[in-house]
Ligand binder design. Structure first.
Ligand code: ME8
Length: 649
C-alpha cells in the first residue's frame, strides 16, 4: 500500500524538561509510546511519533545560573551532550519520527503568533497576578488549590508572587471542557476524569496566568517586552508547531493534526485535559482524539525524583541487562494506567522468569531439538495433523486477536500477558510431548516433526507480536527459527512458517542473573557518591567606573617562603618577591585549602596597594588573589614565565 493510502496515526510523548538527568520513570512513558508507535506500524499505519524537550522556564534559568553557563548551553548539554536525552533515546531504540526542542526558532516564532492570536481574540488579557508559585513545577496555584500550604503536585513550598501579567480566559471554556471530559472518551483511563472534573473544573476554574516578568528564559511576548510566555503554553503547542502550525519549518500539520493520542504522566493530565483543549478551542483548532494519563513508577511507594535521591539511571540498567530486557520489564510489570512500585529485585526476577526461563528457554530448546533430531531443517513431507495439538495451536492462532484488544486499549501489560501465556503453554507442550522420547523410535518421526513445527510456529507468532516491545530480540528470534514473514497478516495465520525451515543456534537470549550477587553489585553502585552540584554564583556587584578599576594595583609575585601562622587555623604567612628587591610579607586565609609546601616557588597575584594591617599580631602588606565559588577557594596562579613585579592590567 502506498504511504498516502495508509491510515494515519499521530502519537506524542510529553516533552521533557532537560533540567535533570532522565530517570527510569521518564523512560517508561517514552518506551510505552515507542511500543504503541511500533505496534501501529506493524498494523500498517503511517505513524508520526513526536517527542522532544521543553527547554524554557525559571527552573532552567536558575540551574544554568548556578552552573555558571547560559540557559542555552545548559539545555544543549543535557539534550545533545554525551549521555544526554538524544543519546538515551538512541540507546533505548526509540523510533521517534520527529524531535522538537522548544528553543528551536520556528517554535518560538510560532508560539508568539499563537499568543498574539488569542490576545487579539480577547481570550488573553492583561491583569495582575497574585498567588502562589511552585518553581520546580513552574505552576501557579491559588491559595485554595494548595495542599497543606504546599504545591499539590510535588508537595514542595510555594512562594507568594505578584506581578503584572497576561491571563488566559480559562473560565470561559469551563463548560465545553467539562462536556468534553464527561461526555466523550477524550480522557483515559476513566478514573482520571472524575479527578479533573471534581478537583479542578467544579471547584471553579479560574483564568490562567500565562506570562511572567520575573525571569527572561522563555518565549518573549513580542508585543510587550519584559513578558515571557508561561512555559506550559509554550510547551503544549509543541504538538502542533512540530507539524508546521504557524511556521514554515514543516508543512504536514493538515496531514497529522489532530493527534490520535497524547501519552502523559498523571501529574500533567490537568494541563493536557483542561488547559490544552481550552486553548485549542480558543484557537478554533481541532482537539486531540485522546489523552491517556499513565501512572507513575514509584520507589518505596514515593515518586521517583532526584530531589528524593533515589533515581535509577536507565543507561546503567540498559548496559547491565540489555535494552530489550529493560523495555520489556517496564511494560510487563506495571499496568500502564496505574502506579507501580519499581525495584531492582522486581527487574531481575522479571528477566529471570519471563525472559530467561520462559521465552529464552523455549527458543533455545526448540532450536536445539530441531538441530539434534533433524539436522537443523524440518522435513516437509513428514508433517502430520494432530487433534491433540489443538489446545496450543488454537491459543497461538488466536493470540493476535486477544493481543490486539489489549493493545488498542493501551493495556501493554495484558498484551504481554497474553503472549506469555502462550509461551508457557508451549513450554508445557514440550514436556507433554517429550520429543526426546519420540526421537527414540523411527516410526515417530512424522509426529516429532509435527511437534517441532508447532513449537517453531508458536515461537514465530509470539516473537512477531513482541516486535513493538523488544524489536532487536524479536528480529533475532526470527533469524534463529528461519522465519521470513513477520508482518501482521502473517501473524494472524497459523502455519505461516515454511515447513522445511532451517534453524540456527545462538547464545542464550537472556542469560539468567544471579539475583543475590547482582543486588549486591547494585548496592555498591548506589553507594557511589553523587556528583556534586555546582555551587551557586555569588550575587553580582554594582558596576564601577574604569578609573576605580585602575586604582587597584595587582602585581605578579613569586612565593619565597610560606608557613602556617601559629595558633591560627586559617592563616598562611608568605614572603614574596614582588620585583622591588625587598621581600613583601602577606598573610592570607587559605590554610584550609593549601599546605605551605604546595605554594613555595609558585607565581601568584597580589593586590599591593592596600594599607598594611595586623593579623594575629603580624603585619600583612597586601592581599593574595584567590577565586571563590561556594565553599571552594583556589589561589590564582600564573605561568612561571611571568616575571615578579609585572602588573596586571
Ligand atoms: O512534565 N513514573 O516534563 P518532565 C512515570 N515538560 N512517569 C514519570 C515519572 C515516574 N516516576 N517521573 C516523570 C514535563 N514521569 C513537561 C511536559 S508536555 C507538553 C510538557 C513522566 O520531564 C511525567 O509524568 O517533568 C511526564 O509525563 C514525563 O515523565 C516528563 O516529565
Amino acid at each position: 500500500m502506498c504511504d498516502s493510502c495508509k491510515k494515519k496515526f499521530y502519537i506524542t510523548t510529553p516533552i521533557y524538561y532537560p533540567s535533570d538527568k532522565l530517570h527510569i520513570g521518564h523512560t517508561y512513558c517514552t518506551v510505552a509510546t515507542d511500543a504503541m508507535a511500533r505496534y501501529k506500524r506493524l498494523r500498517g499505519y503511517d505513524v508520526m511519533f513526536l517527542t522532544g524537550t521543553d527547554e524554557h522556564g525559571q527552573k532552567i534559568e536558575t540551574r544554568a545560573k548556578s552552573a555558571g553557563i547560559t540557559p542555552q548551553q545548559f539545555v544543549d548539554n543535557i539534550v545533545t551532550g554525551e549521555k544526554g536525552v538524544l543519546d538515551l533515546w538512541k540507546l533505548m531504540n526509540i523510533s521517534y519520527d520527529r524531535f522538537i526542542r522548544t528553543t528551536d526558532d520556528y517554535h518560538v516564532a510560532a508560539v508568539q503568533k499563537i499568543f498574539k492570536k488569542m490576545y487579539d481574540k480577547g481570550d488573553i488579557y492583561k491583569g495582575k497576578y497574585t498567588g502562589m508559585y511552585c518553581t520546580p513545577c513552574e505552576s501557579f496555584w491559588t491559595e485554595s488549590q494548595l495542599k497543606d500550604g504546599k504545591c499539590p503536585d510535588c508537595g514542595r513550598d510555594c512562594q507568594p508572587a505578584e506581578e503584572e501579567a497576561y491571563f488566559f480566559k480559562l473560565s470561559k471554556y469551563a463548560q465545553p471542557v467539562r462536556d468534553l471530559l464527561t461526555n466523550t472518551d477524550f480522557l483515559e483511563p476513566k478514573s482520571r476524569v472524575h479527578e479533573m472534573v471534581n478537583n479542578f473544573i467544579d471547584a471553579g476554574l479560574e483564568d490562567l496566568c500565562v506570562s511572567r516578568t520575573s525571569f527572561t528564559w522563555g518565549v518573549p511576548v513580542d508585543f510587550d517586552p519584559g513578558h515571557v510566555v508561561y512555559v506550559w503554553v509554550d510547551a503544549l503547542f509543541n504538538y502542533t508547531t512540530a507539524l508546521g502550525f504557524m511556521n514554515d519549518k514543516y508543512d504536514d500539520y493538515k496531514d497529522w493534526w489532530p493527534a490520535d493520542v497524547h501519552f502523559v504522566g498523571k501529574e500533567i493530565v490537568r494541563f493536557h485535559s483542561i488547559i490544552w483543549p481550552a486553548m485549542l478551542m480558543s484557537m478554533e483548532m481541532p482537539l486531540p482524539k485522546k489523552v491517556y494519563g499513565h501512572g507513575w513508577l514509584l520507589l518505596d511507594g514515593g515518586k521517583m525524583s532526584k530531589s528524593k535521591g533515589n533515581v535509577v539511571d536507565p543507561q546503567v540498567l540498559a548496559d547491565r541487562y540489555g535494552v530489550d530486557a529493560l523495555r520489556f520489564f517496564l511494560l510487563r510489570s506495571f499496568p500502564f494506567g496505574s502506579d507501580g512500585n519499581f525495584s531492582n529485585e522486581l527487574l531481575i526476577s522479571c528477566i529471570n522468569t519471563d525472559l530467561a526461563n520462559d521465552l529464552g528457554n523455549l527458543v533455545s530448546r526448540t532450536v536445539a531439538m530441531v538441530q539434534k533430531y533433524f539436522g537443523g531443517t524440518l522435513p516437509l513431507a513428514q508433517l502430520e495433523d494432530a487433534e491433540k495439538d489443538a489446545e496450543l495451536t488454537t491459543m497461538a492462532s488466536e493470540l493476535h486477536a486477544r493481543y490486539e484488544t489489549q493493545m488498542e486499549s493501551y493495556a501493554f501489560q495484558n498484551a504481554l500477558g497474553e503472549i506469555f501465556s502462550v509461551i508457557s503453554r508451549a513450554n508445557k507442550y514440550i514436556d507433554e510431548n517429550a520429543p526426546w522420547v519420540l526421537a527414540k523410535d523411527e516410526n515417530n518421526r512424522p509426529r516429532l516433526a509435527r511437534v517441532m513445527y508447532n513449537l517453531l510456529e508458536t515461537v514465530r507468532i509470539c516473537a512477531g507480536l513482541l516486535q513493538p516491545f523488544m524489536p532487536a530480540t524479536s528480529e533475532e528470534i526470527m533469524r534463529r527459527i528461519g522465519a521470513e514473514r513477520t508482518d501482521w497478516d502473517s501473524l494472524c495465520v497459523y502455519g505461516g512458517l515454511k515447513a522445511d525451515t532451517t534453524v540456527v543456534a545462538g547464545n542464550a537470549l537472556f542469560p539468567r542473573i544471579d539475583a543475590a550477587k547482582e543486588l549486591e553489585e547494585l548496592e555498591k553502585l548506589n553507594a557511589k557518591p553523587a556528583e556534586p552540584e555546582a555551587d551557586p554564583l555569588p550575587e553580582p556587584l554594582p558596576p564601577i567606573c574604569f578609573d576605580d578599576f585602575c586604582k587597584v594595583e595587582m602585581t605578579v609575585v613569586k612565593v619565597l617562603t610560606c608557613e602556617n601562622v601559629k595558633k591560627s587555623e586559617k592563616l598562611l604567612k608568605f614572603t614574596l618577591d614582588d620585583g622591588s628587591g625587598t621581600p613583601r610579607q602577606i598573610l592570607s586565609g587559605i590554610a584550609k585549602y593549601y599546605k605551605p609546601e604546595e605554594l613555595i616557588g609558585k607565581t601568584l597575584v597580589a593586590v599591593t596597594n592596600l594599607p598594611p594591617r595586623k593579623m594575629m599580631g603580624q603585619e600583612s602588606c597586601g592581599m593574595i588573589l584567590s577565586a571563590e565559588r561556594g565553599e571552594k577557594l583556589q589561589v590564582v596562579m600564573l605561568d612561571d614565565s611571568v616575571p615578579a613585579g609585572a602588573r596586571l592590567v
